[in-house]
Design a protein around this ligand. Structure first.
Ligand code: PLP
Length: 487
């Protein structure tokens, strides 16, 4: 079913562009640089448009179908975000323009900082980090800087629960901390007894994800924070997935010291909408001076007639810049638009519906699949993709078979503490009909696993490319197959 390539469609002399008459004198290229030696395909404009349109249709996308990729919050990205990000006043300003010429941009950054403060309960926010992992790295730099400023040079350990996202240990290790794992208990919470045993005066902090990556609310979150604060450590909140908390609970009020947000998850543009992400960091009062910068500030309060005057400023004991210029500004415009459109009540409804949708799916699926930590979930849940009485079938087979039912597979094999994990996050933007169809597909697949396991092992059957060797596909990319004589 492979489409002919643009090379097979090429026909000598066919052309898709017309160059204007040159308005400069013609020059001769130095020998060896002539373009005739490049074997480019010769095509009409229509051939090219169809080629790229067909290619785009091979992609699965959030605009094309349900995308239950746990931990990634693949919600619908309202198209108004794209309109505002393209407004010339935002899109065409230069990051080195003097502050007085970009007051609107600075106002947007300032207001977004204020929105995120209000949503999270933190005292200050920096919009610089370029992604979630980058926000985490910034956060652990702040923790390090704080301990150093307090003269506590013995704080070398970062505690990280075994359900954590891999970026938590990675960023801690990059900043020079010794990573110490904390086990989970049978209900999927941090094991409090194990945590007590680990608390000593070498602890710099704990990185905690709440709801955790099992989609469960940490039932002892207050005790966990008290334990860490009690031994002089700080608590980092992995706020990549705020979808369950928006408008309901604020990590700053719970007592977290520092947290990153994933604008490209909770605040739409999932996976950066194909572009960059944005991972702002919020901090409690005692860490405000350590934030990266510069950040948007008001230098002259406004009046009834005059808007305030904005500028950029560096916090007093700043860890410095973590990103060139002012972060991924286009993503800031999208998140600002999203939050403004929903408003405070809308934020809360997002969380309520995200949690409702996840629990609805969980209720439909818990009879067909084993759910190891089966309690009320938050925005997502994790089930096992194996059956005792169909031992040959694995989570990967189920994920691939879903593609034959035209659904994107869920996240699989994460979190690591669940055997053959399938991590499902429907988000609030899906309707009941879609959730029902998805649950029906998974229930059918569970039946197939028992009656026709070969159907699962061979899946996907309807995609242009079948089952890949995923490691080889990622590590041994062939990027030049468009070049006719090489493959
Ligand atoms: C996505 C995610 C991250 C990392 O975010 P990136 O923007 O991909 O770097 C960190 N923690 C959790 C729990 C996540 O889901």
């Amino acid at each position: 079913m492979a489409e002919p390539t643009v090379y097979e469609l090429s026909s000598s002399g066919r052309i898709g562009v017309r160059f204007p008459e040159p308005d400069v004198p013609l020059a001769t290229l130095p020998a060896g640089l002539e373009r005739e030696s490049l074997p480019l395909p010769e095509l009409s404009e229509l051939d090219v448009v169809r080629h790229f349109t067909h290619l785009s249709q091979l992609n699965y996308s959030i605009d094309g179908g349900f995308y239950p990729l746990g931990s990634c919050t693949m919600k619908y990205n309202p198209k108004i975000n794209e309109d505002t990000a393209r407004l010339p006043g935002f899109a065409f300003t230069h990051p080195l323009q003097p502050a007085e010429t970009v007051q609107g941009n600075l106002a947007l950054m300032y207001e977004l900082q204020e929105y995120l403060k209000e949503i999270s309960g933190f005292a200050a926010v920096s919009l610089q980090p370029a992604a979630g992992a980058h926000g985490e790295f910034t956060g652990v730099m702040i923790i390090k800087a704080y301990h150093e400023a307090m003269g506590r040079t013995n704080r070398t350990k970062m505690l990280i629960p075994d359900s954590a996202h891999g970026t938590n240990p990675a960023t801690s290790a990059m900043r020079g901390f010794e990573v110490v794992g904390v086990p989970s208990d049978s209900r999927g919470n941090v094991d409090l007894e194990a945590l007590k045993a680990l608390c000593d005066d070498a602890v710099a902090g704990l990185m905690l994800t709440n709801p955790n990556t099992l989609g469960l609310f940490e039932e002892h979150v207050v005790e966990v924070l008290d334990l860490i604060h009690g031994c002089g450590g700080l608590v980092y909140g992995d706020g990549a997935n705020l979808n369950a908390l928006l408008g309901i609970a604020r990590p700053g009020d719970i007592g977290f010291d520092v947290m990153h947000f994933n604008l490209h998850k909770t605040f739409s543009t999932p996976h950066g909408g194909g572009g960059p992400g944005s991972g702002p960091v919020g901090v409690a009062t005692h860490l405000v001076d350590f934030l990266p910068g510069p950040n948007a500030v008001i230098v002259e309060e406004g009046t009834d007639e005059e808007a305030p005057l904005f500028d950029l400023a560096m916090p007093a004991q700043s860890i410095g810049r973590v990103k060139s210029f002012h972060g991924h500004f286009g993503m800031l415009v999208r998140a600002f638009t999203y939050i403004s459109m929903y408003g405070a009540d809308g934020m809360r409804k997002i969380a309520e519906h995200a949690v409702l949708n996840a629990n609805y799916l969980l209720a439909k699926l818990r009879h067909a699949y084993h759910v190891p930590h089966d309690r009320i979930c938050m925005h997502e849940f994790v089930m096992e993709g194996v059956f005792e009485d169909a031992p040959g079938v694995h989570a990967l087979d189920i994920a691939k078979r879903l593609m034959d039912y035209k659904f994107h597979p869920p996240t699989n094999y994460f979190p690591l503490i669940v055997h053959e994990a399938l991590m499902i996050e429907p988000t609030e933007t899906e309707n009941k009909q879609t959730l029902d169809a998805f649950a029906d597909a998974l229930i059918k697949i569970a039946a197939e696993a028992h009656t026709q396991p070969e159907l699962l092992h061979g899946a996907p059957h309807i995609t242009p490319i079948g089952r890949l060797d995923e490691v080889k596909a990622a590590k041994d990319l062939v990027l030049c197959c468009w070049y006719p004589d090489q493959n």
